[in-house]
Design a protein. Structure first.
Lengths: 197, 197
């Protein structure tokens, strides 16, 4: 095989296998085992397929949404998962992730490295309807997992409904009906004792 | 929340969380831990984004490819993973999976149940260029994992290079260069003692 391009692509595909061992804070429903980034990314992509009708912007470019969701956490291969309510960890999160992106994406042929970098930056900056929709699902999915694991990560010190509501307010404009649903889940979680008021 | 439609969609999204605990035969690279179907589906989708240029049919509908890859193993939630070289298990595989599909997909609103069913059947019957491309990646990915885990599943009784070549011949027409690459990996695996000749 004399294709330098394919060799780079395969090297990247092998390298990103590591995403399957980057663990998140959430537990998988029915277990106390941590979800990992590959599982999370897959789950978000399935949600995108099913929930696009709730986007306030019609005619989303769904191929770009799926690509963004599938690659949005790759940078955690080197930067690790930063818990969304970890104020200290979030101070240098973007810097760590940018270094990781440079290192990881540049395994690819340059045109594809640029494509993946652009998708990741689009997701992070949340300025396009596609990125806002994708980011909304990235909030809603952990909410669903927490709700169905009796508030697995919400039980930690310092977390309350105010913080959870603030984090999920991202849904308000891109997916108003899902924002309404998220608020109902949060309210119900308080009632059920999964989440402190 | 008074949306029967959304409630069905969310029920399905919560149900398919179970795919994260359907384990496959392959091990994750660098570990002896089994890969699961959610991780596998994610990995295939990333491969599709990067390797579409090798498709012998140009202008694939990549959105449909990604959707197929993301949902192709959902039926294993009830039917379980059937090892590709398990001759007995493969006899009633399609029947078990069809029952699982009926049970699982019909949680969704009927239009979406039909969409997911059609995507799954398209993948299974391998008659469209998109399904052939998707199925090729579904062969190549376990090959890569086996190669990078010193032939983790190839070491089992009854598996040899002839069977592995036969299974991977699916790549020949849809992605000729990747078929060439697969043959090189198989040859090298024999040399390295990962796979019996």
């Amino acid at each position: 095989m004399d294709s330098e391009r394919l060799i780079k692509q395969i090297e990247f595909i092998v390298e990103v296998d590591k995403l399957k061992r980057i663990f998140r804070q959430n537990a998988i429903i029915g277990t106390i085992e941590s979800e990992n980034d590959a599982e999370h990314s897959w789950h978000l992509a399935v949600m995108a397929i099913l929930l696009s009708e709730y986007s306030s912007t019609k005619e989303l470019d769904m191929l770009r949404v799926l690509k963004m969701l599938l690659i949005h956490d790759l940078v955690e291969i080197h930067a690790g998962d930063t818990f969304c309510y970890d104020e200290k960890g979030n101070l240098d999160k973007l810097e760590r992730e940018q270094r990781s992106a440079d290192k990881l994406f540049n395994i690819l042929p340059s045109d594809q490295a640029q494509e993946i970098m652009n998708l990741w930056l689009e997701f992070e900056t949340m300025e396009t309807p596609e990125a806002c929709f994708a980011a909304s699902l990235d909030r809603l999915q952990p909410l669903l997992l927490n709700y169905h694991t009796s508030g697995h990560t919400w039980k930690r010190p310092g977390i309350n409904s105010e913080k959870v509501l603030k984090r999920n307010r991202v849904l308000e404009k891109p997916v108003p009906l899902l924002w309404e649903y998220a608020q109902e889940i949060i309210e119900d979680s308080i009632q059920k004792g999964y989440l402190r008021k």
